[in-house]
Design a protein around this ligand. Structure first.
Ligand SMILES: Cc1cc2nc3c(=O)[nH]c(=O)nc-3n(C[C@H](O)[C@H](O)[C@H](O)COP(=O)(O)OP(=O)(O)OC[C@H]3O[C@@H](n4cnc5c(N)ncnc54)[C@H](O)[C@@H]3O)c2cc1C
Length: 444
């Protein structure tokens, strides 16, 4: 049996910890925060099917939801539009409850969890990751699972020749501020209760206001970290337009980063595997990452368990990378390509696209429900060409939609460079091609 370090109590790392400890491995989880500080002070929706995939019980007392999201365009004369809820049931979970649930399951399975233990870097032995350093101590292991999130000090300090780390660039992440305010009793509710405001240009970001039974959830998400002044202005506008929203902050009030880009080109190296936000595994239109974490943590654990000789080198761990890309990664890349048009679109253009019904609620519904692959097949591409004709008098919009079709075509070619088996040479070629492609389509 092997010694496995999980760096950071991230969701995917904890899922892997549960499974690997159950399989008899010695698992050590190092988390920088105190136990009662782990998890985000917010509630999010997560598909039930991801829990079933990971064979993880859903925490008790979670509500089942199907969110009905309304987009509110910039101009008052363009009606807002409501996207019908997807077919899948999701659960609505307090994120602190979720992370503690996973931590408890990992501890019950036999993993040792060390809180207030901040990792500063990986330990390298030749070409292999063989442990992690904290400020005080070095810990050695046969495998390090990196679940430290977006700015993982393990990933960021890997040598370049491993092709894992990559610079975080403009439009790769959103800086968010999320806060819950009291709901004023006996004040009528707005017609719709899950409202996403499209008032800012794509280069800025978006804002949502979600009304729950007893509180109101405000999210401000921006490509640049929002200044306090901006947040206050947005709060003020939201209060003015939503009489039911109180001014008392009752939960949250935190800044966080949401990756909204393609997953890492390379997730593994000798003695190392990244999972979750540390590998940019989010659904880039929405920044949802938990379902991917539950699935990818399962794939990683199964790959490790199948490596019965305990090599945990890049060749063996490539089975995890291949499965991730087949089941999630390639589809996540196409979503990242579609998301890439957002920074090009101004609020006025978004307004136009909706007004002229160039983007339909059906398409947005598919995007939100993570079922966009159907739109990207041959039939979908033909539909995209039709859309270019629809925007006949707007050359800028026409250009944006035409670009999208070209990007998706180019990515189909890039995809063929994905190595079926690991060889450093092929993996380097793949990562260069993949990263160059995404750099080439990045909004300047
Ligand atoms: C405002 C907001 C809304 C979101 N909404 C949704 C949603 O609706 N649905 C959804 O699925 N996802 C949502 N997400 C995304 C989701 O939070 C992430 O994708 C998810 O948390 C998975 O990330 P992770 O577990 O890999 O990393 P993280 O959640 O970032 O966890 C990393 C862990 O590692 C620890 N750590 C970091 N550095 C170190 C270190 N040096 N040493 C030791 N420990 C360390 C951290 O303290 C943390 O506990 C949202 C995110 C934000 C910010």
């Amino acid at each position: 049996m092997s010694k496995i370090i999980v760096a950071g109590a991230g969701h995917g790392g904890l899922v892997a910890a549960i499974k690997l400890a159950k399989a008899g491995h010695e698992v050590l989880v190092f988390e920088k925060r105190k136990k009662d500080e782990t998890g985000y002070p917010q509630s999010d929706t997560i598909e039930k099917s991801a829990f079933a995939y990971a064979d993880i019980p859903i925490p008790e007392n979670c509500k089942t939801v199907r969110n009905t999201i309304t987009f509110i365009p910039m101009e008052k004369d363009v009606s807002s539009f409501t996207v019908p809820p997807g077919e899948d049931d999701s659960v609505f979970i307090d994120r602190k409850v979720l992370i503690n649930h996973l931590i408890n399951l990992a501890a019950e399975a036999g993993a040792q969890i060390f809180f207030e233990t901040e990792i500063v870097a990986p330990i390298m032995l030749g070409n292999r990751v063989c442990g992690v350093k904290t400020a005080q101590q070095a810990f050695y292991a046969d495998l390090v699972i990196d679940a430290c999130g977006v700015y993982s000090p393990v990933r960021c300090n890997l040598p370049d020749y491993m092709c894992v780390n990559r610079e975080i660039k403009k439009y790769d992440v959103l800086s968010s501020y999320r806060a819950y305010f009291n709901r004023i009793p006996n004040v009528p509710l707005p017609e719709t209760t899950y409202n996403v405001y499209l008032r800012d240009s794509g280069t800025v970001g978006f804002t949502w206001l979600v009304t729950e039974e007893d509180r109101v959830d405000l999210l401000v998400a921006r490509f640049r970290k929002p200044e306090n002044e901006d947040i206050l202005k947005i709060m003020q506008t939201m209060h003015e337009e939503n009489a039911h929203m109180g001014t008392e902050l009752i939960y949250g009030g935190c800044h966080a980063t949401i990756p909204i880009c393609q997953p890492l080109a390379v997730l593994v190296a000798d003695g190392y595997a990244a999972v979750g936000d540390s590998a940019f595994m989010t659904y880039s239109i929405k920044g949802s990452g938990i379902a991917y974490c539950l699935r990818a943590g399962t794939m990683l654990a199964e790959c490790v368990i199948n490596d019965t000789q305990g090599f945990y080198n890049a060749e063996k761990l490539w089975a995890y990378q291949r499965r991730f890309y087949k089941e999630i990664g390639f589809s996540a890349c196409r979503i990242a390509i579609i998301k890439n048009i957002l920074p090009y679109v101004s609020a006025e253009q978004a307004n136009e696209l909706i007004k002229q019904n160039i983007i339909s609620t059906e398409e947005i519904s598919k995007l939100m429900a993570e079922k966009f692959d159907a739109v990207l097949n041959a039939k979908g591409m033909a539909a995209l060409k039709e859309k270019v004709k629809l925007v006949k008098d707007n050359t800028l919009l026409k250009g944006i939609i035409a670009n999208l079709a070209v990007w998706l075509g180019k990515f189909a070619v890039t995809e063929t460079a994905f190595p079926a088996k690991y060889s450093l040479q092929d993996v380097r070629k793949w990562s260069t091609k993949y990263n160059e492609f995404f750099d080439s389509i990045r909004a300047k």
